[in-house]
Write a protein that binds this ligand. Sequence first.
Ligand code: LLP
Length: 431
Amino acid sequence: MHHFSYHHNVLCAEQTNLAQLAADVGTPFYAYSTATLVRHYQVIDQSLAALPHVVCYSMKANSNQAVLATLAQWGSGADVVSGGELARALRAGVPAHKIVFSGVGKTPYEIAQALKAGILQFNVESEPELHAINTVAESMGVSAPIALRVNPDVDSESFSEKINTGKADTKFGIPLTDAKKIYAHAASMKNIKIVGVDMHIGSQILSLDPFRAAYQRLRDFVLALRADGHQLTYIDLGGGLGVPYEELHAPYENATANTPQPADLGKLVHEYFGDLGCTMIVEPGRAIVANAGVLVTQVMYIKKTAHKNFIIVDAAMNDLIRPTLYEAYHEIWPVMKNDAAQKNLADVVGPVCETGDFLAQDRMMPDVQAGDFLAVMSAGAYGAVMAGTYNTRPLVPEVMVKGGDWAIIRPRQTVDALIGLDRMPGWLDQG
Ligand code: LLP
């Protein structure tokens, strides 16, 4: 379910007219819908209502302060993977006791930052990292709450191997076969407090089967840890629930054919973990923000060659890298709809000097003209956060919509600010 729809043939985010917004803000820009964010958060929260739980929004998907603050207002915690994300979460009002810290390479400085803040738990991904956390905690005279991230060796069947993290040959987690021994070791460390167990198998997962397989392995493992005398308060199941990127005009509730709903996953959580008396943690990222955001861009030129039609727009791979990096599919909707418009096969491409710079390839697109606005859909997750400034293209603004109201939540970066980040070495800086 999302709140982007046409009113009198103009695409609106909630009650905000995107053509007007484009005129006011300039293109390209990201626009997020508050109502969609909140609804997704609530649906996920409700799917676990019968169990004690914490939703730790995986903020790598979209870490704008306004997005975080909106979710925090509704009770969300955060899954962070760097000191930077930790600082952002705290600054936006996410309580430290709802923050989990994941990732394979936490630095001593980041560990100290998290201990100082008093986070809920570290999700530990290797034995050396466990030692590092113990050492930092000891130097601070505190105890570090930890869960080991286990790797269940399950194929998440995601669309891209680049985001398939639950298999044994990835860098993530500790193999189940080694984890028992490391838990025993952790229990003997003076400044480590075992509080739970953690797992995350991948992203954009469109079937419940990988979750089922992984949950079974995790449940068996939790029972084995209990038999060894470990006390576990938290079971963190990670994120990964896939979202529809296609047929977005269909009501989200009807898109069950190929997209499991949060409620379906919630049922599975009850089935496998409901009787264990633990607090469940989930780390959804994409499921909350992907369909809450669009990237609005303007058509600059139409270029027709003997081989192809190119729609050249002002957004590019530096603004939204998912199509280039993963060959990910994003629907592209005209901001002004004309049902009578003829459709042609075209590539939608940006101005960056790489053949890989495209937002869509071989797509049936309505007959658009220079000056028209297009909305790249489902761009709220892993869009703005993965943007860069390649070709000295400043970062584009982010706008948050709430009903008919909107606010710029990150202004457009200026070329001056971008150049201003550079410094001249003394031998070139002759005044
Ligand atoms: N927890 C952990 C430990 C993760 O590594 C991730 C995502 C999540 C939670 C959230 O997963 P989600 O619910 O969003 O699927 N850039 C890629 C996706 C990378 C996902 C990385 N980890 C993309 O654009 O598709």
